[in-house]
Write a protein that binds this ligand. Structure first.
Ligand SMILES: Cc1cc2nc3c(=O)[nH]c(=O)nc-3n(C[C@H](O)[C@H](O)[C@H](O)COP(=O)(O)OP(=O)(O)OC[C@H]3O[C@@H](n4cnc5c(N)ncnc54)[C@H](O)[C@@H]3O)c2cc1C
Length: 383
C-alpha cells in the first residue's frame, strides 16, 4: 500500500487555483506577447501576487512554503497556456530559493514579482561544459573586478540582478575557484543585447558583457568554490520542471487535437475514425502520463531530500522528448491549418523547442545517466 500516486487535497486545490489564474490572466495575451517578443512586468507581478513565484519560498520572506511537487503543478498549468510564463516562473522560483546571498529584500521582491533575477553562466565556448567558463573576477582591495561575456541568458535584457558564474583568483595566487557573483544590471560596465530566438519569445534571451565591473568582495551567492554545487542543487529540481512544462503544453495541444479529430470530416467521416489518427492520440496520452509520473516522482525525491540527479535527468529527457513529439504529431493532424500562424499550434511547437536546451540538453541528460547507470568512466564528463 505504500505506493500512492494521488495528489493531496491541498495540491489539487493549488492546481485549480493556478489553472484558473492562467486561463484568466495569461492565456488571452499569449499570442500577442509572442508577437511582441516581450512579457510585460505586469504579468510577472500578477504571477507573484497569485503566489506562484514564491510557492516554495519561506513564509517569512513572503513565500508559500509549499513542496517542490506544488511548484511542478504550477509550471505544468502555466505551460498549458504560455511557455514563456512557465519558463520565467520556474527560473524566478528556483533562483531565489536555491542561490544563497541575494538578500532578504531581493528574495521578497522576487516572490512578489517586483524584481527579476537571472542566472548568467553560459558563454560562447561554455554551454554544456560549465567548467570551461572564462569570465573572471580579480580581487582589488575590498572589491572584485569582473570581466567576461555571457550568452543565452534568460530574461535579459530586463532582469534586475544577475547570478554570474566566474573564476575567482585569490590574492595569494592560489587555484582559481568557481563562484556565483551577485551583480545588479545597473552597475557601470554591464551591458546587454537581445538574442532573437524561435520560441518562448515573450521570455527574453540575451547576451551580457561585463567590463571592469566592480562589486564588493562579499557580493557572492555562496562561497568561492561552491558555484557549481549550488547550480547543480538547483538543476535537480529545475530539470523536473522543464519536462512538466513540455508535458503541460503537450497535454493542452493533445486536448485541442482530440476535439479537432472528432469534428473534422474528410472522406465523409471524422478523421478520428481512422486508427492512424486515433492511435497516435492515445499513444501520446499514455506517454505523457508516464513521463509526468517520472517527473513528479523526481520532485518527491527532492522533497524527501534524496539525491535526485539521475531521476531528474531521466525526467527531463523523457518529458521533453515526449512533449516535443506529441506537439509535432498534433500539428500535422490539423492539416494545413496547423501550420498557419492563426491556429496557435505553431507557437506551441516553437515554444517547446526552447525546453530542449535550457538547463542542459537532452544529450547531457543521457550522459548523466550513463555516469550513473553504466559507469562514470564511460560518460566523458568532467567530475
Ligand atoms: C530558451 C533558453 C534559455 C536559456 N537560459 C539560460 C540562462 O538563463 N542562463 C544561462 O547561462 N544559459 C541559458 N541557456 C543556455 C543553455 O544552458 C545552453 O544552451 C545549454 O547548456 C547547451 O549549451 P550550448 O547551447 O552551448 O551547446 P553546446 O554545449 O555547444 O553543445 C552543442 C551540442 O552538442 C551536444 N553535446 C555536447 N557535448 C556532448 C557530448 N559529450 N556527447 C553528446 N552530445 C554532446 C549538445 O547536446 C548540443 O546538442 C538557455 C538556452 C535556451 C535555448
Amino acid at each position: 500500500m505504500a505506493l500512492d500516486f494521488s495528489f493531496s487535497f491541498e495540491q489539487n486545490a493549488w492546481r485549480e487555483h493556478v489553472r484558473a489564474f492562467a486561463e484568466r490572466e495569461l492565456k488571452p495575451h499569449s499570442r500577442a506577447w509572442d508577437a511582441a517578443q516581450v512579457l510585460p512586468r505586469e504579468a510577472i507581478r500578477k504571477m507573484g501576487a497569485a503566489g506562484i513565484l514564491g510557492v516554495i519560498g519561506a513564509p517569512a520572506l513572503g513565500g508559500q512554503g509549499r513542496d517542490y511537487v506544488s511548484l511542478g503543478i504550477a509550471i505544468e498549468e502555466l505551460a498549458a497556456v504560455d511557455a514563456s510564463c512557465a519558463l520565467i516562473a520556474w527560473q524566478q522560483a528556483t533562483h531565489a530559493h536555491f542561490f544563497p546571498g541575494w538578500g532578504d529584500e531581493t528574495v521578497r521582491a522576487v516572490y512578489a514579482g517586483e524584481c527579476v533575477v537571472a542566472l548568467a553562466t553560459s558563454e560562447e565556448n561554455a554551454g554544456s561544459d560549465l567548467s570551461a567558463i572564462e569570465a573572471n573576477a580579480v580581487e582589488d582591495g575590498d572589491e572584485l573586478v569582473l570581466n567576461g561575456a555571457k550568452v543565452h541568458v534568460s530574461t535579459m535584457p530586463g532582469a534586475d540582478v544577475l547570478a554570474v558564474s566566474a573564476r575567482i583568483v585569490a590574492a595569494d595566487g592560489g587555484k582559481a575557484k568557481m563562484v556565483l557573483l551577485r551583480v545588479p544590471t545597473t552597475l557601470p560596465g554591464v551591458s546587454s543585447a537581445v538574442m532573437e530566438q524561435m520560441g518562448a519569445r515573450a521570455h527574453a534571451l540575451g547576451s551580457v558583457d561585463f567590463r571592469d565591473v566592480r562589486i564588493p568582495v562579499g557580493a557572492t551567492l555562496g562561497d568561492a568554490g561552491q558555484g557549481k554545487a549550488i547550480m547543480y542543487a538547483r538543476f535537480n529540481v529545475s530539470r523536473c520542471l522543464s519536462p512538466l512544462a513540455a508535458l503541460g503544453a503537450a497535454r493542452a495541444v493533445l486536448d485541442e487535437t482530440k476535439a479537432f479529430a472528432r469534428s473534422r470530416i474528410v472522406f465523409g467521416k471524422a478523421i478520428a475514425m481512422n486508427q492512424s489518427v486515433s492511435f497516435p492520440l492515445v499513444e501520446h496520452h499514455a506517454r505523457i502520463e508516464a513521463a509526468r509520473l517520472l517527473a513528479y516522482r523526481a520532485l518527491v525525491a527532492n522533497d524527501h531530500g534524496e539525491d535526485a540527479t539521475a531521476d531528474a535527468a531521466m525526467a527531463k529527457w523523457l518529458g521533453i522528448s515526449t512533449g516535443v513529439a506529441c506537439i509535432q504529431d498534433c500539428l500535422q493532424m490539423f492539416g494545413a491549418n496547423g501550420y498557419l500562424k492563426d491556429n496557435g499550434i505553431e507557437q506551441r511547437l516553437r515554444d517547446v523547442y526552447s525546453f530542449l536546451f535550457t538547463g542542459g540538453t537532452l544529450n547531457i541528460m543521457k550522459l548523466i545517466l550513463v555516469r550513473h547507470l553504466v559507469g562514470a568512466e564511460f560518460a566523458g564528463l568532467r567530475a
